[in-house]
Design a protein around this ligand. Structure first.
Ligand SMILES: [Fe+2]
Length: 237
């Protein structure tokens, strides 16, 4: 049966067409040479860098769910999307590639930001090191920065998004930014401290009390990790 004949049998409903295309591309992929790295979809889930039950004010159940469902889900989704892009025919409809590329960016940033988020938790919350000097230089005092960062987080409460303290190469300084979803990020910025403000990051423990979650987040910041990222992000002199 040819593709045209099969489509005639299945009808031109969107679901039937999409299903047939996917099966055909999967068969073709199995017969083809190994895909190029861009289309292999081999990203791996990183384990939590701390014991899930050891954080202050953030339960083991919440952290485990967040890591296994939201973060690991993004990694799995990203792998599927990149493999799928690799199977698209040269004459693929532009809405197909457009949709997949959009989803690829969402899943990629979700993976990266979640990895930063978990890596900058598990500490004692006591800021020290290079980052303090950079925060003072940019915001006047660390307290001013912290108030600004906390308020930015609260402005996202009840919705979704991230607050990301970046090293901004354009400004050659640190600055935090608001992001309403995974795709809003500073061009060229390097994330130094990341706070997840999606409801899944706190609803299980705090309900609608985003302020309680932000307090808990600050108690658990791993400033050593933030300093490591800061040293990596700054240009070598
Ligand atoms: Fe999250």
């Amino acid at each position: 049966m040819t593709r045209r004949e099969a489509l005639a049998v299945l009808g031109k409903g969107g679901l039937a067409v999409a299903l047939f295309d996917f099966m055909q591309r999967r068969e073709a992929r199995a017969e083809a040479v190994p895909p190029a790295p861009a289309y292999r979809g081999t990203h791996q889930v990183k384990p939590l860098p701390f014991e899930a039950g050891k954080l202050k004010g953030l339960s083991e159940k919440l952290i485990t769910s967040h890591h296994q469902n939201n973060y690991a889900g993004a990694v799995k989704r990203l792998n599927q999307i990149q493999q799928e892009i690799g199977t698209l025919p040269k004459d693929a409809a532009l809405y197909q590639i457009g949709s997949l590329k959009r989803e690829e960016l969402i899943a990629t940033n979700s993976m990266i930001l979640h990895e930063c988020y978990f890596a900058n938790l598990g500490g004692d919350g006591k800021a020290s090191g290079t980052i303090l000097d950079l925060l003072k230089a940019q915001y006047g005092t660390v307290e001013t920065w912290e108030q600004d960062f906390r308020l930015t987080g609260l402005s996202l409460g009840g919705g979704s998004g991230w607050v990301v303290l970046n090293y901004n190469p354009h400004e050659k300084a640190v600055r935090h930014y608001w992001a309403a979803d995974h795709t809003q990020s500073l061009a060229g910025g390097v994330p130094l401290l990341v706070m997840d403000m999606y409801e899944h990051a706190y609803q299980m423990d705090y309900g609608a009390n985003a302020r309680g979650y932000v307090d808990a987040f600050f108690q658990n910041i791993n400033w050593d990790d933030v300093n490591r990222r800061t040293e990596d992000a700054r240009p070598r002199k």
